[in-house]
Design a protein around this ligand. Sequence first.
Ligand code: PEP
Ligand code: MG
Length: 908
Amino acid sequence: MTTSAQRHRFVYAFAEGHRDWKDLLGGKGANLAEMTNLGLPVPPGFTITTEACRHYLETGHEPPQLRDELVEHLTALESRMHKRLGQADDPLLVSVRSGAKFSMPGMMETVLNVGLNDESVHGLAEQSGSQRFAFDSYRRLLQMFGKTVLHIEGSHFDDAMADAKRRADVSDDLELDADDLARLVDEYKVIITRHSGQEFPQDPTMQLRMAIHAVFESWNAPRAVSYRRQERIRSELGTAVNVCAMVFGNLGADSGTGVAFTRDPASGARGVYGDYLPNAQGEDVVAGIRNTLPLSEPERTDQRSHGELLTIMATLESHYRDLCDIEFTIERGKLWMLQTRIGKRTAAAAFRIATQLVDEHVIDLDEALTRVTGTHLAQLMFPSFEDSDARERLTTGIAASPGAAVGRVVFSSTQAAHWASNGEDVILVRRETNPDDLDGMMAARGVLTSRGGKTSHAAVVARGMGKTCVCGADELAVDERSGHLTANNGVVINEGDTLSIDGATGEVFVGAVPVTPSPVTRYFAGELDPTEAHDDLVTAVHRLMRHADHRRRLHIRANADTPEDAMRARRMGAEGIGLCRTEHMFLGERRKAIEDVILASVGIDGTADQEAALESLAPLQEADFVALLTAMDGQPVTIRLIDPPLHEFLPDLTELAVHVAVADERGEELTHTRHLLTAVRRLHERNPMLGLRGVRLGLVIPGLFTTQIRAIAEATVQRIMAGGNPRPQIMIPLVGSVQELELAKDQARAVLREISERTGVPLDLPIGTMIELPRAALTAGELADAAEFFSFGTNDLTQTTWGFSRDDVEGSFFSAYLEKGIFGVSPFESIDTEGVGRLVGLAAAEGRSQRPALELGVCGEHGGDPDSIQFFEHAGLDYVSCSPFRVPVARLEAGRAVVRNETVSDDR
Ligand code: PEP
Ligand code: MG
């Protein structure tokens, strides 16, 4: 957006900027410029660009011309304000604030009141008519400068303040008088000299330059770095610095400061919301040192400023065409705007506001789709706790994995597994979890930890499992050994007591809070009629879903193995099944049959009767497929031939070995068990993820695939005879070479031909392959010769591309990798576009160039992930397939992907 001439400047007056120049001026600077140009009352100032920051961080020095530009803009500001920075008798004071392209709330630094020194503090006292105000402003500068610029521990200043209050026998800063504050100023100066080895600089220009450098440096403060990692903000962007003439909200009862939203960011309700703090500076609102008042307060005390504020908010909302949040200050009855930006909002507010703005003719439905996300929608689909005053909140931690879980507290994973096996709902509480806690986490309804952030082990693993988790609840002292936890209000929770944890808000409640199902999920399940406007959230979701369906190009299928799941998926809007994992049909009692088939393949006498086992399976499979094809009648059903991890379908090696060892000891014969042990030993794999699976199993164990194909064919014939419209597709798993595919396909064609000839029903079923190995992706052109469709198995493709097994790594080093920033997000959650995604793109292109009508889909878990869906739209796939519960998210994201491709670019 900038011209090349502009690129060589490092400083822009607010009036020279533009809201679209966020790359250069940061979000705050760009919006200050916009407000200035709208004629709103913004205190004058200028913005130092992100380019200057990048230069400083790369070289350790300002760009050489920055000094001159700074002087030039400062001089202009001084002449506009009719006073000089730090002028002894009437000082111009400035604020120095960070402001990056993407909002990083509270992560970087601010220094206020720059320009005060031992002389100008008296000038300020004179001009303001208040000694108290002048010394309060000076001590604030010393404190912020000391902490931010000179890196002095904040507690030194806090301790001195606490002493001052004790001496004066007061509890509130506001009660300290001018003398108390003047003494505090002296003490702060001593603290600065003692802890930094240098005196507080009295030269105002020196203060300004040091403050600017400190703000540049705060881009790389540890908390900012980890925030960026979590939010996936690129670390090379740098921050801009805004230098702005100070206005004061702490000049007495006719002054104050506040934050406000043009609509309620929690519910989305129309109207103005916010907090106001009389006689205070902005920092006081954020620090929460005094209770804020509602925005109606200035209406009572200063009608003119309040009226002006409302007019400005309306102007901003119609200008930005979205919910805005603002910061303002009233200085002796004069309103000043200090900041605005598009306001953050909850998921429910996002949907409501988007449709309100459509109704108000501010945006169209396409734009409304860009204002909501699949992640928002997913949040709305979890059950939640009933809102009631009776809830007793124990604490609030970090919302790490959504959901509402209620259970009895246990402090060890062994206990969690033990209680859960007795049918108890448990909440596993740990200081932090580690790989040994996996069983306990799996058994628990929810996980609560007192340490660790969103990338901690607990958070990562719980999200992977879809388990509710609140982490980092650091107000809880967890004593795992003696089995209790203590909240900072003294409440003690013992093992066996009940807690309720809310993974969407991070709240923890004492006792069992009633859970309500989500109205949005009930709507998707067909239980609520969206046209009966009992809940405007449901209506908003319905409208945007309809538009997403209208706009999307990608089809959405579901991963489902049972008729119940298939029906549920259909209600949620699925247009077929993208993956039926047939090995899931062989759990429980049927597992033994597969075990027999596999064991018999080793050829050790008497272990199992393969033919009998297959025969017993055939009618069961046929009935399975009839039911599934009935539930999905008229829609494609991709049936993947069996792909079991071998160890899950074999007797346990250790148990057998122990059995035999005991028999040896007792001199018992146990011939069958010994044969079994030999067979299991032969089949035992160190690494089942990379072993005899998928097509490999189908090719070495005769009869396995053909039994399934026969069942598919017979079920199809049955459905056709019954007047149905079955559309099965046969999918071969874990193919790495075209020869494998051709051999499996030959088996399939032979069976289909035979049954078609016998029944007279044409059976021209599509046969395709999964692409879940790098070799398959790299030889996609050849595979496309033999395959009528590809379905990307991005779970295995991620494992095999990275060379790690999900079961092993998610619980061990993933949290460390996320913390170190090696991953922005787990590659199992969101597709690794540079690596795995590249293979997907390559295979899609080569496959299509060989066979233009090749159908392309994805059935790994990424098929339901919002970011990944954006990628699959780009890659030109025909459909994504995901679990039934995520189908609505996929529909919405697929619609958004089309609209966003046409409009938005974002280089986060
Ligand atoms: C895949 O690998 O992405 C896939 C869908 O198969 P599964 O998860 O069953 O291995
Ligand atoms: Mg797979």
